[in-house]
Every structure is written in structure tokens, then in C-alpha cells.
Design a protein around this ligand. Structure first.
Ligand SMILES: [Fe+2]
Length: 135
């Protein structure tokens, strides 16, 4: 495995957000062992389509929580979500056009995992969760 999920370290306590983060890790690990010779092209298309659906759900949920918590970082966070969804769609279109995009997908997913999911999301939602528990 290239990337691991550990509940006690990575779970933020929001089911939709945690499910999205788990799916991202699952796709990264699946594509890391992708084998062109075995003709696993469907794995790439299915992974990208699944990620687009789950990330859209997750981002919608995150943004709703941020509205409720009156986060000052909502606009910036929303732009990052939009850019990532645009990237996923562009990569899926290139894949559908016959291009081998596995390496590009992996780089983009790992970068987004480390910078946003384990960076911005942790900063934003750990604080929100702690605040909610304290209330
Ligand atoms: Fe986010």
C-alpha cells in the first residue's frame, strides 16, 4: 500500500468527509498497482467517476458545515474544491479519449490528499468538531 488510513489519526468525525478521504486512499492504492498489460483501463475510468461523485457529495457537505460555522475560509475552500473537481473531470475526459493518465491521476490525488484533505480539511473540521463537542 502506498497510503494508509487509520481511524484514530485520520477520522474527522463527519461520515461523508471520512468516506471521501477513505475512497481517495483506496483509489490511490488501486491505481498504484494498476497494470497496463492486464488491460485494467476500466479501473481508471471507474475510479475517476466514483471519485467525482463522492468528492462532489463531500464538498457539498463540507461547504454546508462551513456556512453554518461562519467560516472565514469558505470562499477559498470552495475554490479549491472547484479546481479539484475540474481536474478530475479533465483527467476523465483525457482517459476517455484514449490517453494513459494513470501517472497524472496519481500525482494529482496524492497532492490533493496531502495538501487539502490532510491539510485544509483537518484544520477546518477538527476545529469545528472540537467546537461542536465543547458546546
Ligand atoms: Fe475541503
Amino acid at each position: 500500500m502506498l497510503v494508509y488510513w487509520e481511524d484514530n489519526i485520520h477520522a474527522l468525525g463527519y461520515d461523508v468527509i471520512d468516506a471521501g478521504h477513505r475512497l481517495m486512499i483506496d483509489v490511490i492504492n488501486r491505481l498504484n498497482t494498476y497494470d497496463r498489460k492486464r488491460g485494467e483501463r476500466d479501473v481508471v475510468g471507474e475510479s475517476l467517476a466514483g471519485l467525482e461523485r463522492q468528492m462532489a457529495r463531500q464538498f457539498h457537505h463540507e461547504e454546508a458545515v462551513m456556512v453554518l460555522s461562519r467560516s472565514q475560509r469558505l470562499a477559498e475552500h470552495r475554490r479549491a474544491h472547484g479546481r479539484f473537481l475540474d481536474t478530475l473531470a479533465a483527467l476523465r475526459h483525457r482517459h476517455e479519449a484514449g490517453e494513459d493518465v494513470v501517472a497524472l491521476v496519481l500525482v494529482n490525488l496524492v497532492a490533493f490528499l496531502t495538501s487539502h484533505l490532510r491539510g485544509d480539511d483537518v484544520d477546518e473540521f477538527t476545529a469545528t468538531r472540537v467546537g461542536r463537542r465543547a458546546a
